[in-house]
Design a protein around this ligand. Structure first.
Ligand SMILES: Nc1nc2c(c(=O)[nH]1)N[C@H]1C(S)=C(S)[C@@H](COP(=O)(O)O)O[C@H]1N2
Ligand SMILES: [Mo]
Length: 445
């Protein structure tokens, strides 16, 4: 496809978000997917960056998202229709309350600083918000998904209890897709110079809590250096507080934890680094997952070697869903504003229906989606363009002649390497990254 066509497509997507009135931008946006490499305009016309940021210092309207806990809000995925998820409907996952500039002045763009330093950095750098925005940027359309999204499937489908697998009941709504504007890590590395001994890049906030840091192997950051970076705009507007204002990391395709919000520091070091998130916070703990090795020279921040429980989630697995709320029977909790009571089935009228859904395979991209009704043959679903490949989801449709009675609909993504979503996945006690085939139960009346 030509670049012009790609651009037209990307513009149409943004128009779709604007039309729904859920995005407050009132100017024309220039977007591009990183896949075709064009630079994008700054989303800040008519205001200084600090003014534009200050205007958005409001927290998300809770009625738009499903309240799972104090600072944990799921997207209502059964209402999703758009290719880009409007910011107001985008899930929020914080380990602490959303910090706002009124309480944490370091988050005021006029005060905000990013320090890039460490043993393996040649020329340490400190950037202001305005300096960051002046650096070359790119935009990428990518899903963001919490490691724990789909934890519900361990309870509802795999028969595990809340003692065996614990964590928030996200159902399938801790995922969204946005257009992120960021300064690529390649630009940062080019400015600071990285020594050959670099092993770890530690992305650190320190604003919302004192343990919110994510160490990434330097080699992984280098392999993603054009596609990941320091992000300041989401769907064409400055980041809102709930999503990390003024600046966060975005690592497309990796579990959301890698995308540290309220970023203040990047440290490049020649050591391996362990902290809460990569020891016991957001890791696979279970018989199928050996504990990673450590060495006494590693750096431990607020944790000890005994805290190392299992490997960290990196890429999120291929997944799919139809926009129907899952029946909750065995889940330890039902979120208070979930549309179904415990044990209640969603209803659909008999006749010709079109099931709509989303499929994503962030590491390699979606090749095909299949749907199965009542354990019958797998049938291809129709993928609705665009399919931008790696990092992005696709929407799909499946026409269905719905007959009265109770039915089970399953969905399965195949990625471009031929990998298909499996029936089940090995258990892990934090319920991370359930990529198994979901079963949607529907009562047709
Ligand atoms: N500083 C900080 N960054 C953070 C978190 C956090 O609690 N604190 N949560 C992480 C997790 S677990 C996820 S899934 C994503 C969620 O991003 P979102 O709230 O913008 O959807 O942010 C990540 N970045
Ligand atoms: Mo997460």
């Amino acid at each position: 496809m030509s670049e012009a066509k790609h651009r037209a497509e990307a513009d149409a997507l943004v128009q779709e978000v604007l039309k729904r009135g859920t995005n407050t931008a009132r100017r024309s946006l220039c977007v591009s997917a990183a896949a075709f490499g064009a630079a994008a305009a700054l989303p800040l016309a008519g205001a200084t960056p600090a003014q534009a940021q200050a205007r958005r210092a409001i927290l998300k309207d809770d009625s738009r998202v499903l309240n799972i806990g104090a600072t944990v809000r799921s997207g209502k995925y059964w209402n999703f229709t758009t290719f880009l998820t409007p910011v107001e409907e985008f899930y929020v996952r914080n380990h602490y309350p959303t910090p706002i500039p009124e309480q944490r002045p370091v988050l005021n763009p006029a005060n905000w600083r990013l320090r890039i330093h460490g043993e393996s950095v040649e020329r340490p750098l400190e950037l202001t918000y305005e300096q960051l925005l002046a650096l070359p940027s790119r935009t990428i359309i990518a899903t963001m998904e919490c490691h724990g999204n789909g934890r519900t499937l361990f309870w509802e489908q795999d028969g595990l209890t809340g003692e065996q697998v614990s964590g928030g009941n996200w159902i399938l709504g801790a995922v969204g897709q946005a257009e992120w504007q960021y300064v690529p890590m390649s630009e940062i590395f080019a400015r600071v110079g990285v020594k050959p001994d670099a092993r770890t890049v530690l992305f650190w906030s320190g604003v919302d809590g004192n343990d919110m840091g994510r160490p990434m192997p330097y080699a992984d950051v280098v392999s993603l250096q054009h596609d990941m970076g320091i992000c300041y705009a989401m769907n064409g507007n400055p980041l809102p507080p709930d999503h990390g204002a003024p600046v966060r990391v975005v690592v497309p395709g990796w579990g959301g934890t890698a995308s540290i919000k309220w970023l203040t520091e990047i440290r490049v070091t020649n050591k391996r680094v362990w902290c809460r998130l990569n020891t016991r916070g957001e890791v696979f703990i279970g018989p199928a997952y050996p504990r990673p090795e450590f060495s006494p020279d590693d750096e431990f921040i607020g944790v000890t070697p005994e805290d190392i429980r299992g490997p960290m989630v990196t890429w999120m697995p291929p997944k799919s869903l139809i926009t129907v709320p899952l029946v909750l029977e065995r889940s330890p909790s039902v979120p208070p504003n979930y549309p179904l009571q415990r044990g209640q089935w969603p209803r659909l009228s008999a006749g010709r229906q079109v099931l709509r859904g989303y499929a994503w395979a962030p590491q390699h991209g979606v090749r095909e989606v299949h749907v199965r009704v009542d354990g019958g043959p797998w049938q291809p679903a129709q993928i609705r363009p665009p399919n931008l490949g790696k990092y992005t989801w696709v929407r799909f449709e499946f026409p269905w002649e719905a007959t009265p009675g109770r039915h089970v609909i399953e969905t399965r993504t195949t990625d471009t390497t031929g990998y298909m979503q499996p029936e089940t996945v090995p258990m892990n006690i934090l319920g991370m990254a359930h990529g198994g085939i979901p079963k949607f139960r529907i009562e047709v009346v």
